[in-house]
Design a protein around this ligand. Sequence first.
Ligand code: BG6
Ligand code: MG
Length: 220
Amino acid sequence: NKTGIIFDLDGVIVDTAKYHFLAWKHLADDLGFEFTETHNELLKGVSRVRSLEILLDIGNIKLSEEKKQEILISKNEDYLSYITKMGPEEILPGVTALLDTLDGLGIQYVLGSASKNATLILKKVNLFERFIGIVDGNSVSKAKPDPEVFLLGAKMLKLKPEKCIVFEDAIAGVEAANAANMISIGIGDKQTLQKADFNFKDLTEISSDFIKELSTIKEK
Ligand code: BG6
Ligand code: MG
């Protein structure tokens, strides 16, 4: 009757959303329109390609496929200039303590991220070795809110979806977890993530008792 955990990366383990925002904003500046933090919410949890489509819609701009490919490469180069400077001090509050708790309880965990940079980021913050598996933007064909990323995570954990607990900071991610029939935990603004089964501000609020309680849940 075991449970397992699937962690989203950006916004749950590390605050890389701010670097994505800067890179998309530079792009919007170059294209000559305003891109705000509110706009940026729509891009959270969404794949890189889809993010560009949303951004171009906001700017009301149409570009050729060729130009889009070019832009995606330069956006990622800009993003990577921030990522390569990251270190363990950028791990979000409560993450390391929660991983220690899970290790103590013998509960396994994997990563379930839309990012193609997930492995690099985990290595930068020295967390890569702790995960028993990584599902990222390179392993899926359908992006969140499709459940594919989390269903692959359940396979890695060798658990049924209903025994998996997902930590997510994005609307698309909570929707993906719900569609996978997993227990969804929203991290961040409760109002934004109201579709989650449980809500917390950040991982410092997750107690070992709460994890133990969830482990006894049989079905949603
Ligand atoms: C998600 C982020 O985790 O990964 C999105 O929330 C991002 O904002 C997506 O667009 C893809 O990331 P990357 O690193 O492959 O561009
Ligand atoms: Mg996220």
